[in-house]
Design a protein around this ligand. Structure first.
Ligand code: TYM
Length: 330
C-alpha cells in the first residue's frame, strides 16, 4: 500500500481552495493508501503572532478535517508540534540546503510582498516542509498547484542528502512524488487573487448560510451587463465553480452555456453567483452537519490526535535514527 503525507497550516479558516486543491485528494486516497495528514502548526508561526488565535485555529483545522470526511480509522491525523523529530530533521536538511535555493523560493517573496515579516523562519520554511515530508517516507504528497515548488525543493534536498550520506543501495530518504489533482489550478478568492487563508479573500464552506451567500455575492466581476455574452473562463465565479464541480459536470456545462448566451437570454453575474452558492451548500451539506456534531465532542478530537501522533512518531523514530546515523551522530 502506498504511503501518503500532506498538511495544512492553521493560519485561518479553511476555504474552498484548500478543499479543492488538497482535502478532496486526501478523501479520495484514504481508503486505499496509508495516509498521514497533519496540522502545520510550526509553519503557522511564520505568520501568526496571537497565541489564543493559533490555538483555536489548530483545533478548528482538526475538526474540519473530520467534518470534510477524513476517517481517523483510516488516516493518521496529528499536530506538527506533537512530532518533535521533524525539527531535528529540518536542521539536518538545512545543513545540505544551499542558501541560493531558498533565495529562489517564490512563496517567500510573495508573502513578504504582501507585508508578512521577513523572518528567518519564513525564509527557511521549505526546509521544515521537506522535513515534514521526508520524516514519514511517503511515496506521494497530494497538494494544490501552489505547493509544487516546495515539493520540488523537498525532492532536491532528499537527493542531495542521499548523495552526500547514502549509497545507491541504501539511500537515507525516499524521494517522494508530488500529486496534483487532474486539471488542478490555483483557486481564486473573492478578489480574483489566489484564495488564501491569510489574504482575507477566502470562501469558508462552513459559514452560516446568510453570510456565505453574502460572501459569494462579493466576488469581483467586470461590468458587462446581462445581455452581453461572456467568456466563462475569464470569470472568477466560474473558475471557483469548476474547481468544485469539475469541468465535465453537467451543472458546469449548463452554467458555461448561460455565460455565452446574449440578448434577452443573457445572464447577469448575480445568477452565476447564486448557482455557485447553491453548489457550495449542496457539496458541503453532510460536512456542515458533521462539523456541528464534532464541535460538541472535544474528547473525540483529543483521542484522534493522540492516536495520530503515536502512529507518526513511531514511523519518524526509524527515519530519524537512519538520518542521524548517516551524518555521524551516534
Ligand atoms: P496551505 O496551508 O497554504 O494550504 C493547504 C493545502 O491547500 C492547497 N491550497 C490551494 N489549492 C488550490 N487553490 C488555492 N487557492 C489553494 N490554497 C491552498 C495547498 O496547495 C495545500 O495543499 N506549505 C503548506 C503546508 C505544509 C505542507 C507540508 C503541505 C507544511 N508542510 C508538507 C504538504 C506537505 C501550505 O502552506 O499549505
Amino acid at each position: 500500500m502506498k504511503r501518503v503525507l500532506s498538511g495544512i497550516q492553521p493560519s485561518g479558516q479553511l476555504h474552498l481552495g484548500n478543499y479543492a486543491g488538497a482535502i478532496r485528494q486526501f478523501l479520495d486516497m484514504q481508503h486505499d493508501h496509508e495516509i498521514f495528514v497533519f496540522v502545520a502548526s510550526y509553519h503557522a508561526l511564520t505568520t501568526s503572532g496571537d497565541a489564543d488565535e493559533l490555538r483555536a485555529n489548530i483545533r478548528q483545522v482538526v475538526i474540519d478535517y473530520l467534518a470534510f470526511g477524513l476517517d481517523p480509522s483510516e488516516c493518521h491525523i496529528y499536530l506538527q508540534h506533537d512530532v518533535p523529530a521533524v525539527c531535528e530533521l529540518a536542521w539536518l536538511l538545512g545543513c545540505v540546503c544551499p542558501k541560493s535555493q531558498m533565495d529562489k523560493a517564490t512563496t517567500y517573496k510573495d508573502k513578504v510582498a504582501k507585508g508578512i515579516a521577513a523572518s528567518v523562519g519564513l525564509f527557511t520554511y521549505p526546509v521544515l516542509q521537506a522535513a515534514d515530508i521526508l520524516a514519514v517516507d511517503p511515496d506521494v504528497v497530494p497538494v494544490g498547484a501552489d505547493q509544487q515548488q516546495h515539493i520540488e525543493i523537498t525532492r532536491d534536498l532528499a537527493q542531495r542528502f542521499n548523495h552526500r550520506y547514502g549509497t545507491e543501495d541504501a539511500p537515507v530518504f525516499k524521494v517522494p512524488e508530488v500529486m496534483l489533482r487532474e486539471g488542478s489550478a490555483v483557486v481564486p478568492g473573492v478578489d480574483g487573487q489566489k484564495m488564501s487563508k491569510s489574504y482575507g479573500n477566502g470562501i469558508d464552506p462552513f459559514m452560516a448560510e446568510k453570510p456565505l451567500r453574502k460572501r459569494i455575492m462579493k466576488i469581483v466581476t467586470d461590468s458587462k451587463p446581462p445581455e452581453e455574452a461572456k467568456d466563462p473562463e475569464d470569470s472568477t465565479i466560474f473558475q471557483i465553480y469548476v474547481a468544485l464541480a469539475g469541468r465535465e459536470d453537467e451543472r458546469t456545462q449548463k452554467l458555461a452555456e448561460r455565460y455565452r448566451a446574449s440578448g434577452e437570454h443573457g445572464m447577469g453575474y448575480g445568477e452565476a453567483k447564486q448557482a455557485l452558492f447553491e453548489l457550495v451548500m449542496d457539496t458541503f451539506k453532510d460536512a456542515r452537519a458533521r462539523r456541528a456534531d464534532l464541535m460538541q465532542d472535544p474528547g473525540h478530537i483529543d483521542a484522534v490526535l493522540r492516536d495520530g501522533a503515536a502512529a507518526a512518531n513511531a514511523v519518524m523514530a526509524g527515519v530519524l535514527a537512519r538520518a542521524r546515523s548517516a551524518v555521524g551522530l551516534g
